[in-house]
Design a binder for this molecule. Structure first.
Ligand code: B16
Ligand code: MG
Length: 218
């Protein structure tokens, strides 16, 4: 039987939590007098919590002490947790369940590779946690995307060689991480942003079972 490791990013691929991250960062930025646009939020996709705050402070030309920095991180996550508290399966992005079910029927290893420290919590909320054979998230990694660590750990957890893994990603940093890991990268989003991916689809509705079968047989 042919097998490939299918590794999914979480935010922007399985669920659209980017809008909740934006709300929480925006609220926080206002308290320190930094204005912050949706375009700037695009640059935070796939980026760790710490790195995101560093970027926002740089945009606002603002410096804070280490204690204040840590306190801001806690406040942002508290607000984010409030926004995601009522998330349920309704928030799974279109056709993600069909793709996961097809891969399960085909007995393919399925992994998660996310920068988020809230990934396990979110997967449980939307009822998908048990679909993943291996979950690697922000609590497991030491290096942020585009470093390939998160995807290499997921491949390891699935017992698959990196060259036999396929990554679904919505951020450029994530696509770069998959490419550096030597995996097949599939961008979910706009081709103009995700131009370095091996394939790009607007969303999972454009990905046919036949296409998945071709990936499995490669
Ligand atoms: P947390 P992904 C990333 O998740 C998000 O895209 C990014 O906006 C967020 O800052 C990061 O997780 C950290 O999230 O604050 O929950 O630890 O796209 O890698 O699944
Ligand atoms: Mg993402």
């Amino acid at each position: 039987m042919q097998r490939k490791g299918f590794i999914f990013d979480l935010d922007g691929v399985i669920v659209d939590t980017a809008k909740y991250h934006f709300l929480a960062w925006n609220k926080l930025a206002k308290t320190i007098n930094i204005s912050f646009t949706e375009e700037e939020n695009e640059q935070l996709k796939g980026v760790s919590r710490v790195r995101s705050l560093e970027k926002i402070l740089a945009w606002g030309n603002t410096e804070v002490s280490q204690d204040q920095f840590n306190e801001l991180l806690i406040r942002k996550n508290d607000d984010y947790l409030t926004y995601i508290a009522s998330m349920d399966s309704e928030e799974i992005l279109p056709d993600v369940p069909r793709i996961l079910n097809y891969l399960k029927e085909e007995r393919q290893p399925i992994g998660l590779g996310s920068a988020s420290k809230n990934a396990r919590n979110i997967l449980k909320k939307v009822g998908l946690f048990n679909d993943f054979h291996c979950v690697v998230d922000g609590t497991n990694v030491t290096k942020a995307k585009p470093d390939p660590e998160v995807f290499l750990m997921a491949a390891d957890g699935l017992n698959m060689a990196a060259a036999d893994c396929i990554v679904f990603e919505d951020s450029l940093a994530g696509v770069e991480a998959a490419n550096i890991a030597g995996m097949v990268s599939i961008g979910i989003g706009e081709a103009s942003v995700l131009h370095e991916a091996n394939f790009v689809f607007t969303d999972f509705r454009q990905i046919t079972n036949q296409f998945l079968q071709q990936l499995i047989k490669k």
